[in-house]
Design a protein around this ligand. Structure first.
Ligand code: ADE
Ligand code: ZN
Length: 339
C-alpha cells in the first residue's frame, strides 16, 4: 500500500454529494425485484453491469430512473440506505449528506411518507449504531416543472423537521436554475439550506444562476466553472464549496479519463473542492475509491489529500464545533504520515 493510500484510508471522511437511489447495486436490484414481483429487463447481475456504459448524463439517468422502480416499500428504502451506511463505516466515512429524489417515486405512486420514513429510519439507526452522522437533502427533478416541485414541497411540508435542505438534480442542459427561482425562494423562506447541481454538463452561466437566483450554499459538481475566470474568482473569494464527483465525471464523459480531471486545478485556484461519489453503484466506486483513484491518476500529494478531506468537513452542515473537531483529527492523523 502506498503512503497516499494509507493516508486516505486512515483519514475520517465526509460525503456531500450522494444520491441514495444511486447506491442501488445490481445484486440488491435483483433481490428487491424478486421480493416485490417487479420484472427487470435484464436476466443477470452481469447483464445489468454491462449496460452501465454511458455516453452522457441522460443515458445514465434513463437507467437510473428505471432501476429505482424496484423500490416499493418502506423496508426497501431502509435496506438501500442501510447498505450504503455500512459501506460508509467500512470506508471511514463519519458523516454523510445524502440526496433523495421524491418525485422519482411519487410519480410511480409510492407515497412520499414511505420513501422518507425508510431512509430516515436507516439514518437514525446509522447515527445510533454506527456513529455516522448525516443530513438529508430533498432534491427536485429539474426536467419536471416548477409546479411539480411546488407540489412536492407541499408533500414535504408536514415533515420538514426531518429534511435538512433542498437540492436540484436530473437533466441539466435546457433546465437552468432560473426555472426554479420561485420554488427556491419559498424554500429559503422556510429556512431550508439550498444546493444545486450546476456546471456538470451545463455552462458556467448555470453556476452564476445557482448562486444569484437560488442563493445556494454549495454547488454540486461545478467543474465547468473553470471556463469562466470571473466565476472562479467569485467561488474562491466566498469559499463556495464544489461537490466534485470524479468517477461520475469520467463515466458520464465530462472528462475522457481520470488523469484528465481538473480536481487539482480547482484546488490550486483556491476553491473549496471536495471529493464525492454521486451514484457509486453506477459509476464504479464509493467515495474512498474516488479518493484512491484520484490520488493514483492525478498524483495527489499528501497535502492535497488532506486539503480535500478537510474541505469536505468545512463544506458540511455539521455544527461549527464538530467541524473544527474533525478537522483537528485530520491534522493529527496526517502528521503521523509526515504531512
Ligand atoms: N441524479 C443522479 N445523479 C445525477 C447527476 N450526476 N447529475 C444530475 N442528476 C443526477
Ligand atoms: Zn449528483
Amino acid at each position: 500500500m502506498t503512503q497516499q493510500e494509507a493516508l486516505i484510508r486512515a483519514l475520517p471522511k465526509v460525503e456531500l454529494h450522494l444520491h441514495i437511489e444511486g447506491t442501488l447495486e445490481p445484486e440488491m436490484m435483483f433481490e428487491l425485484a424478486r421480493r416485490n414481483g417487479v420484472k427487470l429487463p435484464y436476466d443477470s447481475v452481469e447483464a445489468v453491469r454491462k449496460a452501465y456504459d454511458f455516453s452522457n448524463l441522460q443515458s445514465f439517468l434513463d437507467l437510473y430512473y428505471a432501476g429505482a422502480g424496484v423500490l416499493i416499500t418502506e423496508q426497501d428504502f431502509y435496506d438501500l440506505t442501510w447498505a450504503y451506511l455500512k459501506r460508509c463505516q467500512a470506508d471511514n466515512v463519519v458523516h454523510t449528506e445524502i440526496f433523495f429524489d421524491p418525485q422519482t417515486h411519487t410519480e410511480r405512486g409510492i407515497a412520499f411518507e414511505t420513501v422518507l420514513a425508510g431512509i430516515r429510519r436507516a439514518l437514525d439507526d446509522g447515527r445510533a449504531q454506527l456513529r455516522i452522522s448525516s443530513r438529508l437533502i430533498m432534491s427536485f427533478l429539474r426536467h419536471l416543472s416548477e409546479e411539480d416541485g411546488f407540489r412536492t414541497l407541499e408533500m414535504a411540508r408536514p415533515h420538514l423537521d426531518r429534511i435538512d435542505g433542498v437540492g436540484l438534480d436530473s437533466s441539466e442542459v435546457g433546465h437552468p436554475p432560473s426555472k426554479f427561482a420561485r420554488l427556491f425562494a419559498e424554500c429559503k423562506a422556510l429556512g431550508l439550506p439550498r444546493v444545486a447541481h450546476a456546471g456538470e454538463e451545463g455552462p458556467p452561466e448555470y453556476v452564476w444562476e445557482a448562486l444569484d437566483l437560488l442563493d445556494v450554499c454549495r454547488i454540486d459538481h461545478g467543474v465547468r466553472a473553470l471556463e469562466d475566470g470571473k466565476l472562479v474568482e467569485r467561488l474562491a473569494e466566498t469559499r463556495m464549496p464544489l461537490t466534485v464527483c470524479p468517477f461520475s465525471n469520467v463515466k458520464l464523459r465530462v472528462f475522457d479519463k481520470l488523469s484528465d480531471h481538473t480536481l487539482r486545478v480547482l484546488l490550486q485556484k483556491g476553491l473549496c473542492a471536495t471529493v464525492n461519489s454521486d451514484d457509486p453503484a453506477y459509476f464504479g466506486g464509493y467515495v474512498q475509491d474516488n479518493y484512491l483513484g484520484c490520488a493514483r491518476e492525478l498524483g495527489l500529494s499528501g497535502g492535497e489529500i488532506l486539503q480535500l478531506v478537510k474541505n469536505g468537513f468545512e463544506a458540511s452542515w455539521l455544527e461549527e464545533g464538530e467541524r473544527g473537531w474533525w478537522m483537528g483529527e485530520c491534522d493529527i492523523i496526517a502528521e503521523k504520515f509526515g504531512v
